[in-house]
Design a protein around this ligand. Structure first.
Ligand code: GLC
Length: 744
């Protein structure tokens, strides 16, 4: 036994020495290259251009990119896809004096060739292993097509569904958002940067981009440091802790300082306080946009401000390329700032193994194998089903019987293909968009020989044309049940897609009204990249599934849920408002001195004259085809001190007839503190599968960390106080309650 321990200790020592040597060697290798570089070559590493085959921002035409790459004046390209295209660019870079490899970046946000549900939909699954697997598959496919670096995960907390980019994140909650952020970073980066199926993550947009005034993209953000620390920064910190290789800053100004030139954000918090060793890339052109912000006079000042504030790489503005060398020569910029930025980038290129083999990701055989992998499609189908939220199910019309003779499948999204991919899908040259299972095809794949599917489009997504209503009503009259698929267009959410009105567009809800008038049960599928307002549908539809944008396997995932082959388990990661006038509306709000009441007899409180204070559907809400009971809440003790913990247990039972998963949520309310605290805050959750009648004992552990917050001095700490503990099926559907005290 003793010799085993000695052997283990010796192995550990040797392994640790190798690791330290390896890390140190990347550091040293970067230093050795840095010492050889001219000032122009250093500036070149900080310069990133868009490739010319597609654009994700306002394009600037350069006619000499090839020469610049050959002369070592470019460090990275974005939107370069494919092993062939990346290889040819890399071959040009290998003609440069020092042969420093390019790094290729791409917005692989929710899948590459196999498109997964949009990130907000995946967040609704609350299934961290599945979310991590989704990112892992995206990285496997993207890396096989020459991509080294994905501009993901987007971890911006968002409380305003008018903002189109809510589709890209994980919703409104910092706790859930932090767990999902870490899962996505680990999924993209895999076990080891440098593995050929690992891509660098790029956590964005740093920071507080989701709090843009009015939900208007790129708009200003103004908030207290406390709200920044409590709500908007945690998912970024979680990403650093998960080992994220890079960050991307945001377009917005934060409290008067644009993020790209925000020293407090990028140096004080990210690089110093959190110890982030990767590099920061600016968002598209944002360094040059400092002029529009009125923060600098010209691009020379912009380049200086951005570099001094910690921005390391310049995406597409050319401010660094055109100004940094002269700024150094003029003594305006310390060369050490340039060296630090270059070294951060070189270290990542070494970690990715690109100096050893610049072409390691450009392998046509691997690309062809990875991009046609049935296992990836199967994972996308499962993720699609896990992301669908059951909002209503009157008379348990769902799951649909497989004995229906005729099913009418109606609506403008029934036979769409590309719409199912949502925003930020990767359009791969030469890869057809038919690699998508439409909703129509999904049901065709599912129904038995005794069932026929009847179709009518009914109307368009937008516009007032009702000429298709009569055909739709006629089709509905022939059927036993109607499924209506309505919603937004996929490009009504995403970047630069803010909406002031978040109703279901056009005459789609009027079409629903006509179909309901036939007396047939109508199951509504709502397809969108954001929470929408759909009060008529919510009130009158027989059943509602929120199907977001579900990607390549949308049709199969929807069919699996409609017919009960998957029992929906998803829960809303964002509050759904009853009207746009309620926005911003979120569950973890403060109580105020005159808490809102929906009671017209009490006027002096924080409510509206003309609208409820309650959302249409609250954070954490989602139904199942079965039911769950929560019983036997037990706390190990009724009080604890700062070093203690309290274990909480309860029994969860499936009281229905169908197996299903429940997301049991733990919320805490700090009842009085040195600053006001939210009426509740998500602090833990468990996703549990139970067969009919099965019970399981569920446990949570409460320690000081879960009770801590940024106090009146903005110090992360806990204070002696009373807590209310709530366990529920949503933030509003609290099933068990208790209280406990935290002592000194
Ligand atoms: C866009 C987006 C950013 C994306 C980048 C590259 O403007 O804001 O999220 O990664 O440009 O496409």
């Amino acid at each position: 036994m003793r010799c085993k321990i000695v052997g283990l200790l010796f192995f550990t020592f040797v392994y640790a020495t190798i690791c330290v040597a390896q890390k140190k060697s990347n550091n040293q290798k970067a230093d050795s290259v840095l010492r050889l570089m001219t000032l122009d070559e250093k500036v070149g590493q900080l310069n990133q251009y868009n490739d010319d085959n597609q654009a994700t921002g306002p394009v600037t035409i350069d006619n000499n990119k090839v020469d610049q790459v050959k002369n070592g004046q470019v460090g990275s390209l974005l939107n370069t896809i494919g092993s062939d295209r990346t290889r040819s660019w890399q071959e040009l870079a290998m003609q440069s004096r020092l042969k420093i490899p390019l790094i290729f970046g791409q917005d692989v946000i929710h899948g590459f060739k196999t498109t997964f549900p949009i990130p907000l939909a995946e967040a609704a699954s609350w299934d961290l292993p599945a979310i991590q697997m989704s990112a892992r598959i995206a990285a496997t496919e993207a890396s096989a097509s020459g991509i080294h670096w994905t501009f993901a995960p987007m971890v911006d907390i968002a409380r305003d569904p008018r903002w189109g980019r809510v589709m890209e994140g994980a919703g409104e909650d910092p706790y859930l958002g932090s767990l999902i952020s870490a899962a996505r970073v680990k999924g993209f980066q895999g076990l080891n940067l440098g593995d050929t199926n690992a891509v660098m993550a790029c956590v964005k947009h740093f920071a507080a981009y989701g709090a843009a005034v009015g939900g208007r993209d790129y708009n200003s953000v103004d908030m207290s440091e406390r709200q920044l620390y409590e709500i908007y920064l945690p998912p970024f910190k979680a990403a650093v802790d998960a080992g994220a290789a890079s960050f991307m800053n945001s377009f917005n100004d934060l409290n008067g300082i644009p993020a790209v030139a925000n020293n407090f954000l990028q140096r004080t918090i990210l690089k110093e306080k959190w110890g982030f060793k990767g590099f920061i890339v600016s968002d598209w052109g944002s360094i040059g946009e400092l002029i529009n912000h009125g923060y600098v006079k010209d691009t020379r000042e912009a380049a200086a401000a951005a570099l001094m504030a910690g921005t390391d790489m310049d995406m597409e503005s050319r401010a660094f390329k055109n100004n940094l060398a002269q700024l150094v020569k003029d003594g305006k910029i310390n060369i050490e700032l340039v060296n630090d930025a270059v070294k951060r980038i070189l270290i990542k290129k070494f970690e990715m193994g690109l100096f050893d083999n610049p072409y390691k990701f450009s392998n046509i055989m691997r690309e062809q194998a990875a991009l046609n992998n049935p296992a990836h499609q199967a994972a996308a189908r499962t993720m699609a089903a896990k992301s669908i939220v059951l909002l209503k199910n009157n008379n348990n019309i769902l799951p649909l019987s497989k004995n229906y003779k005729k099913i009418a499948f109606i609506g403008p999204l029934v036979k769409s293909l590309i719409e199912n991919k949502g925003f930020w899908d990767v359009s791969i040259p030469g890869v057809d968009s038919n690699f998508i299972v439409s909703q129509w095809e999904g049901l065709q794949n599912k129904i038995g020989p005794g069932t026929s599917l009847l179709y009518a489009k009914g109307c368009d997504i937008e516009g007032n044309n009702k000429s298709g209503f009569s055909e739709a009503v006629s089709v509905a009259n022939q059927a036993d049940v109607v499924i209506l698929s309505i919603g937004e267009k996929r490009d009504m959410s995403g970047e630069a897609k803010s909406r002031s009105n978040i109703n279901i567009p056009g005459v789609q809800e009027e079409l629903l009204q006509q179909l309901l008038a036939t007396g047939k049960p109508v199951v509504v599928l709502i397809n969108a990249g954001r929470p929408l307002v759909f009060n008529y549908t919510a009130k009158n539809a027989t059943a509602i599934l929120y199907t977001w944008w579900l990607g390549s396997e949308a049709g199969n995932g929807i069919a699996d849920v409609l017919f009960g082959d998957y029992n929906p388990s998803a829960k809303l990661p964002m509050t759904f408002p009853a009207s746009v006038g309620q926005i911003p509306i979120y569950y973890n709000h403060f109580n105020t001195g005159r808490p809102a009441l929906d009671d017209k007899n009490h006027i002096y409180n924080s409510s509206y004259l003309d609208e409820s204070i309650f959302p249409k559907f609250p954070f954490g809400f989602g139904l199942s085809y079965t039911n769950f009971s929560y019983t036997n809440l037990v706390l190990s003790n009724k009080n604890m001190n700062m070093k203690d913990s309290i274990s909480v247990s309860f029994t969860l039972t499936n009281t229905g007839k169908i197996a299903g998963e429940e997301v049991a949520q733990l919320y805490l309310h700090n009842k009085h503190a040195s600053v006001v605290m939210p009426v509740k805050a998500l602090k833990d959750f468990k996703k549990i599968m139970l067969t009919p009648g099965e019970s399981k004992k569920i446990q949570f552990n409460i320690n000081k960390e879960k009770l801590s917050f940024f106090n009146s001095n903005l110090k992360w700490d806990a204070e002696p106080t009373d807590f209310e503990l709530m366990i529920g099926s949503s933030s509003e559907d609290i099933r068990l309650q208790a209280s406990f005290e935290l002592k000194k």
